[in-house]
Design a protein around this ligand. Structure first.
Ligand code: C5P
Length: 237
């Protein structure tokens, strides 16, 4: 697979066309950002670790019947994926209260959310990703009602698969974000699932094992990413 024109450059990934129709290359860069891009750095090896963990999760999910955009890992920073028309939603599933729902609602940090709470944000940096509800999603014609039901059901299934998988490694999946896209009528899980898009806590100590280490200067982000990636995947990238 050969890398051709740059199609899109996000905050931490670049997406390229390839010589093959319907196949894109996603390159995980070492850029790390937080707070709507208000905090930015370059962290050596971050791209490699996120590509490694993301491809591990996508393959695990595929084995369990979830359609994902993942095709293969081209090199340690780079995935070959199915080209999708991305749906501008951030599907966030929360198992434990932390982050923005503790800031915005009267939850205590660490409170268990059972059943999990799903929050859907509109992916639009210029509007600071405002929260949506079902009526808004339908009125904006982002999804049909049947698609919305389907995307929610897949999101909850992914949450339950990853929650159990991580629990086996002594890690609590506090919350995480997913993005979906369409190819024809089919809906696939896209983007990435990595320490950048999840909140992970050590089940025994409560230590943060994710981007909160960077957001809130809790320690050395790369040493955390190394440790958690090894723990999740059982292997080095
Ligand atoms: O900030 P908030 O608490 O709403 O984030 C919930 C979860 O979604 C966190 O795991 C965070 O890393 C992830 N997220 C993300 N990208 C965003 C917003 C949230 O990956 N734009």
């Amino acid at each position: 697979m050969k890398q051709r024109d740059l199609l899109y450059e996000g905050k931490a990934k670049s997406v390229y066309r390839t010589e093959k129709r319907g196949r894109l290359i996603v390159r995980f860069r070492d850029d790390i950002t937080a707070f709507d891009g208000g905090k930015k750095d370059v962290v050596k090896d971050k791209g490699r670790y996120n590509a490694h963990v993301s491809s591990f999760f996508f393959q695990y999910l595929e084995k369990h019947g979830i359609k994902t955009h993942f095709i293969s890992l081209l090199d340690s920073h780079t995935m070959v994926v199915r080209e999708l028309a991305m749906i501008p939603l951030e599907m966030i599933v929360r198992n434990v209260a932390a982050g923005s729902i503790v800031r915005n609602y009267p939850f205590s940090e660490g409170a268990k959310l059972d059943p999990p709470v799903m929050v859907i944000d509109y992916k639009d940096d210029s509007r600071h990703d405002p929260m949506l509800n079902d009526d808004l999603i339908l009125a904006l014609r982002i999804l049909t009602l049947a698609e919305l039901r389907k995307v929610k059901a897949i999101s909850l299934r992914v949450n339950s698969l990853l929650f159990d998988l991580l629990a086996e490694q002594g890690i609590t999946l506090v919350d995480f974000k997913m993005e979906f896209g369409r190819q024809g009528k089919a809906i696939y899980l896209g983007d990435e699932i990595s320490m950048d898009s999840m909140r992970l806590w050590d089940a025994a100590t409560g230590e943060s094992l994710d981007k909160d280490v960077y957001r809130f200067d809790k320690g050395d982000v790369m040493s955390t990413y190394h440790r958690v990636a090894d723990r999740i995947t059982g292997q080095k990238p």
